[in-house]
Design a protein around this ligand. Structure first.
Ligand code: IMP
Length: 200
């Protein structure tokens, strides 16, 4: 049997890597975390779109490693805030990333707001060793809770209640989040579109 193709996951976010490992199960593909490959550069996420940042991360680490590379850029879009924090989700309350401060700032921004509708969006980028590149996206609609609850997940999970549920992601078992999340939906689309590309 042929050795599995190594697919580098271009993230240093341990939570994202755990979720991607839990969801992505492509025959013939072995996932490699960015921390397992020495000497990879840090990537400044300075694009103004999820697509731009995902492509930049995938391309930069593909160029540095020579491996097939998958990147995830994702964030929360709140309608009454005009789509903020959007691409700035990780650093909404400043740098370095502080999830509790981000959630606190979001609740303050929505103080008294009746419309609390929001969505998580995830764009995946795949970069091939030969220079080809693709993107694919997934999203999940929901609303922002009045106060945080739950201990699972990361980021805005204590505040984001997906449509059809009455609890935020952080109060659900990981398997439930991983069956309906923006990341799960993007990875499902990626499985259909990309698995054969990598194995060809
Ligand atoms: P990125 O590393 O630039 O893609 O930033 C992603 C940021 O968006 C995270 O730091 C979180 O603030 C937020 N985010 C993305 N996906 C999720 C999720 O699944 N749950 C909670 N927050 C998320």
């Amino acid at each position: 049997m042929a050795a599995p193709v190594r697919l580098l996951v271009a993230t240093r976010n341990a939570h994202k890597l755990v979720e991607i490992r839990a969801i992505l199960d492509w025959p013939g593909v072995a996932l490699v975390g960015a921390d397992e490959v020495p000497g990879l550069p840090e990537v400044e996420e300075d694009a103004l779109t999820f697509e731009g940042n995902a492509l930049k991360k995938a391309r930069t680490l593909r160029d540095a490693s020579g491996l097939w590379t998958l990147a995830d850029d994702s964030g929360l879009e709140v309608d009454v805030l005009g789509g903020a924090p959007g691409v700035f989700s990780a650093r909404y309350a400043g740098e370095p990333t502080d999830h509790a401060a981000n959630n606190h700032k979001l609740l303050a921004a929505l103080d008294g707001a009746e419309n609390r509708s929001a969505r998580f969006r995830c764009v995946l980028a795949l970069a091939a060793p030969d220079g080809r590149e693709w993107t694919i996206s997934g999203s999940v609609e929901g609303r922002i809770a009045l106060s945080p609850s739950g201990t699972e997940g990361f980021g805005y999970d204590p505040l984001f209640i997906p449509d059809g549920y009455d609890q935020p992601f952080a109060a659900m078992p990981a398997q439930v989040k991983n069956s309906i999340s923006h990341r799960a939906r993007a990875l499902a689309a990626a499985a259909a579109a990309w698995r054969d590309l990598i194995n060809d």
